[in-house]
Design a protein around this ligand. Structure first.
Ligand SMILES: [Zn+2]
Length: 312
């Protein structure tokens, strides 16, 4: 299985258009040893000619343009994108669907609740129904394994299997109270365990502070590669950089540092390759000369960047 990291930043990207935090200001000035990052977006494939997107970021057009494998060509004029797997209804995870509206048929995988948010309450997404046949929706039910590439009987071992894991995050602010009251709590946000060729890859761009997310970390530790929530270094990062009055925990992200931070959960893990993704522009680990960057690397973690690829 190939995994392409097309985008590695949290919502807003790095630098963020309206942010003058130390990281964003220094990156613009060319005085920060780091690199710009677009909003988190992954693509996976076991066949090289059929790709599935994990999420649909607002930066999708430029991310696809930077990845020729994901574009049609003169020899193969049909788009190689077979489907989009949504882990939540967050704007940063679904806005890219609107960029895929050009009368193309593909499959969207989501929980039934996320589908209702997009289909019932946000009529803009009906542009996806103009394709002939229209985009197909397929349910992701927590803990129910599904198989992608099922149409590829010549290579069944290359099929990608996905096990959705509920992480009990929150539904986005934009969902109306009326709809929200009818949605299932375990369908708001998912982590994904993705298996192919006997290898397991774990993807959780948002890990809230709750029992479900803690349980998901057990699955992450048991995987060959884990791509996990690297949004914030400290709980008060948005307050100390004057971006928001809320803490990391209040907006559904376990910070990296601290006694109960994400890094502390992996002290004894030797097997798993650990990579941080969904990194907010305020996070000091983006500064490659910072003590926080060094601490993450010395703890055995990698920091995702746009264009990074993983073969497993
Ligand atoms: Zn910033």
């Amino acid at each position: 299985m190939q995994v392409k990291i097309l985008g590695s930043a949290a919502g807003g990207g790095f630098p963020q258009w309206n942010c003058a935090c130390s990281n964003c200001a220094r990156l613009r000035a060319g005085t920060l040893r780091s690199r710009a990052r677009s909003q988190t977006q992954l693509a996976i494939s076991s066949t090289s000619n059929q790709w599935y997107l994990l999420g649909a970021s607002p930066d999708l057009p430029t991310q696809l343009a930077a990845a020729p494998d994901l574009c049609p060509s003169a020899e193969s004029p049909k788009s190689p994108i077979a489907g989009v797997i949504l882990t939540s209804a967050d704007v940063d995870s679904v806005m890219g669907l609107l960029h895929l509206r050009e009368f193309e048929t593909f499959t969207i995988f989501s929980t039934p609740s996320v589908r209702r948010i997009l289909q019932d309450e946000n009529s803009l997404f009906r542009v996806l129904e103009r394709a002939r046949p229209p985009v197909a929706w397929r349910d992701l039910i927590p803990h129910q394994r599904i198989t992608l590439d099922a149409s590829n009987p010549s290579s069944p071992s290359a099929s990608i299997q996905i096990i959705p894991i509920a992480t009990h995050g929150s539904y986005p602010d934009y969902v109306s109270p009326e709809l929200r009251s009818t949605l299932s709590a375990d369908e708001a946000s998912l982590a994904l365990r993705i298996e192919a060729n006997g290898n397991a890859f774990f993807f959780a761009p948002a890990l809230a502070v709750n029992a479900a997310s803690h349980a998901a970390l057990n699955d992450a530790r048991a995987s060959d590669v884990a791509l996990l929530d690297g949004t914030f270094w400290t709980d008060d990062e948005l307050q100390s950089t004057h971006r928001s009055n809320k803490t990391a925990r209040e907006i559904g992200h376990l910070p990296l540092s601290g006694r109960d931070g994400l890094l502390a959960h992996f002290d004894s893990s030797k097997k798993c390759r650990k990579i941080l993704i969904h990194i907010n522009n305020t996070n000091p680990i983006l500064d490659e000369d910072s003590a926080e960057h060094r601490a993450v690397r010395e703890a055995g973690w990698e920091i995702a960047y746009d264009g990074m690829t993983i073969d497993l």
